[in-house]
Design a protein around this ligand. Sequence first.
Ligand SMILES: Nc1ncnc2c1ncn2[C@@H]1O[C@H](COP(=O)(O)OP(=O)(O)OP(=O)(O)O)[C@@H](O)[C@H]1O
Ligand SMILES: NC(=O)c1ccc[n+]([C@@H]2O[C@H](CO)[C@@H](O)[C@H]2O)c1
Length: 201
Amino acid sequence: MKYIIGIGGVTNGGKTTVTNRLVKTLPNCSVVHQDSFFKPPDQIEVGEDGFKQWDVITSLDMEAMMNTVRAWMENPVKFARSHGVNVLPTAEEPDSETEVHILIVEGFLLYNYRPLLEVCDKCFYISIPYEECKMRRSTRQYTVPDPPGLFDGHVWPMYLKHRREMEEHCMNVEYLDGLKSREELYNQVYENIQNTLLNHL
Ligand SMILES: Nc1ncnc2c1ncn2[C@@H]1O[C@H](COP(=O)(O)OP(=O)(O)OP(=O)(O)O)[C@@H](O)[C@H]1O
Ligand SMILES: NC(=O)c1ccc[n+]([C@@H]2O[C@H](CO)[C@@H](O)[C@H]2O)c1
């Protein structure tokens, strides 16, 4: 059985932290990080506000991301091996319906892209309030550092816009409170996945 889990949500909500732990504990689990698909800085549009528009779907090569997801769907064992994921000895047959193969797709803009939404079996979404998000973001260093004012002028308004759009289109999103401790968040997601997997077996 192949199973794709989305870990979406606001920037600095704790998506990568939860994902890294799930990858270690779930069986035959590979991961695709959306941040790996940002286009190079010279291809990012500059808005009327003067900011590079990083937090929009066109700043990402979503086709390349979907191709990566499809490569996993075609052969999760081959994908896992070529990405250094330990495949359990019993999971030799890629098409076997009895083996569980999991792909986690992690990113800040997952469910606003329909092809990706359509392949997700389970959608998690982590949120944190404005103040906490701004504080956490100020401690981060991205490949291109945030210019002054980017958070209030671009990042947060885009988050609110995309979140609204997602709420209009996506049913069955499991919302998570990113203010919970790392441990609590992990346990909540892990238990939820275990229950869903059991229901599918
Ligand atoms: N549950 C938590 N409580 C407090 N701080 C957390 C929690 N989870 C993660 N953090 C911290 O918040 C910051 C962002 O975490 P993380 O990189 O996991 O978020 P993210 O959603 O993947 O961010 P982004 O995709 O924007 O880079 C890090 O400094 C991390 O240590
Ligand atoms: N990873 C990158 O190349 C990059 C460059 C500039 C900005 N970002 C930010 O990453 C966040 C998503 O994780 C978005 O809020 C981007 O602003 C990433």
